[in-house]
Ligand binder design. Structure first.
Ligand SMILES: Cc1ncc(COP(=O)(O)O)c(C=O)c1O
Length: 408
């Protein structure tokens, strides 16, 4: 039997059925009309954001990385919980605008921004985190044509990465950001061109579980920001310190001690060099804010055995939960937290693999896990489904289409 990842704390059952915020998943599925279904808990979103804010120094603004989950009702819920939003495309810009988010609270990072996306962002008053000198030149030309003063920041490709992070975004050649040594000259050019200078965006990595690694990266980030601001010869209005706080997905993973991270950052803020004294700081997080608030529910449509192994074949799969299938940035496939939601808390009776309805061996949501015996009609829950689930999976593969989503 292979171990399953840790179910986030606070989930319980009602008469043996998993409940989310006091409602059984059978009720929720009935309400939605069908499986597969993503359920996002508003109270979990609120609790997470509030706890994070309490742990961080008050000077630190918290931004939500929309890429983790752009479901409009969820975005609207995040409006009162975070200070800003980071988008990665013109599509996400349209979603945030449609959700009533003030574009002045939005920043746009990501390589390969098309002219049409730059234009829409500049016209809306979004801050652009520039990823290259070429992109900077295009942004300035578009702004001049529109007669608008653009809000421009530089995404710095730092000389370091976030140790232990699932996705490294710095420390060597990268398609993201501008190599640190070229940043001061570009900052001077942007300021001379009359742009509204919005500072640096320094994102070194994502999905780290070590508080020490995050603390060390924030130390390096502040040091780099100070050096680049000195070399630019201009005050630094803002500095986005990146993010990187991960969540436990796999057996043995432990949550990040965010209090330790906040305490260390608070101490650094007390002793900032002069060049950063008036700088506004933020962090930019996706999965930490929303990942554990989501549960993916999929129904068993077939139970079969092959060479003595049990397969629970569901109506969902990797087309909604690519990450849980191990095909989204993981090197070694391990099991996400999962359970038979309609037999929640029941004793383990057998080893079974939960697979999806796609005809590819990649479509495996749980591999040889220990479960109570499940049958056709039972509902499987995959936890930690609030981030990079619906949005980061190939929903149209094999003509399956998207899952339903619901914020409760
Ligand atoms: C620029 C940027 N911001 C934010 C994020 C969100 O990361 P996470 O969801 O791990 O917090 C990413 C993830 O790749 C990113 O590239």
């Amino acid at each position: 039997m292979k171990p399953l990842g840790p179910i986030p704390p606070g989930f319980s059952g009602i008469d043996g059925v998993l409940s989310i915020d006091g409602r059984t998943v059978t009720d929720l599925v009935e309400h939605a009309g069908s499986t597969p279904l993503f359920v996002y808990s508003a109270s979990r979103l609120t609790a997470r954001a509030q706890a994070l804010r309490a742990a961080m120094p008050s000077r630190l603004a918290i931004h939500y990385a929309v890429k983790a989950n752009p479901y409009p009702p969820l975005l609207k819920h995040m409006l009162s919980l975070v200070d800003g939003f980071d988008i990665a495309s013109g599509g996400e810009l349209a979603i945030v605008k449609g959700s009533g988010i003030d574009p002045s609270r939005v920043s746009f990072a990501g390589p390969g921004k098309r002219d049409s996306e730059l234009e829409a962002a500049i016209a809306a008053g979004v801050t652009l985190n520039l990823e290259s000198e070429g992109e900077a030149a295009r942004a300035l030309a578009i702004a001049a044509r529109l007669g608008i003063t653009p809000r421009l920041a530089i995404r710095v490709n730092p000389d370091f990465d976030l140790k232990g992070s699932g996705m490294k975004m710095g420390g060597g050649a990268k398609p993201f950001g501008i190599d640190a040594e070229r940043v001061p000259a570009l900052a001077q050019r942007l300021i001379a061109a009359g742009a509204q200078w919005r500072g640096f965006h320094i994102f070194a990595g994502s999905q780290a579980l070590s508080a020490d690694a995050i603390i060390e990266t924030q130390r390096q980030t502040l040091e780099l920001a100070a050096r680049l601001a000195e070399e630019s010869g201009a005050a630094l209005p803002r500095c986005n310190l990146g993010g990187g706080i991960g969540i436990p997905y796999f057996p043995g993973d432990e949550p990040v001690d965010v209090n330790a991270v906040g305490e260390a950052l608070g101490e650094r803020f007390e002793t900032l060099p002069d060049v950063l004294r008036d700088t506004a700081f933020c962090i930019e997080l996706g999965r930490y804010l929303v990942g554990e608030a989501g549960v993916y529910l999929t129904r068993v449509v077939d139970r079969k055995e092959s060479h003595g192994e049990v397969y629970l074949v569901t109506d969902g799969g990797l087309h909604h939960q690519l990450a849980a299938s191990g095909n989204f940035g993981t090197v070694v496939r391990r099991n996400y937290p999962s359970a038979i939601a309609t037999r929640f808390g029941a004793a383990v009776e057998e080893e079974a693999s939960v697979v999806g309805c796609l005809c590819t061996p990649l479509d495996r949501l749980a591999d040889k896990g220990g479960f109570p015996r499940a049958d056709v009609g039972d509902i499987v829950a995959i936890f930690c489904a609030g981030a990079y689930g619906a949005t980061a999976s190939p929903a149209m593969f094999l003509g399956q289409g998207p899952a339903a989503e619901m914020l409760i």
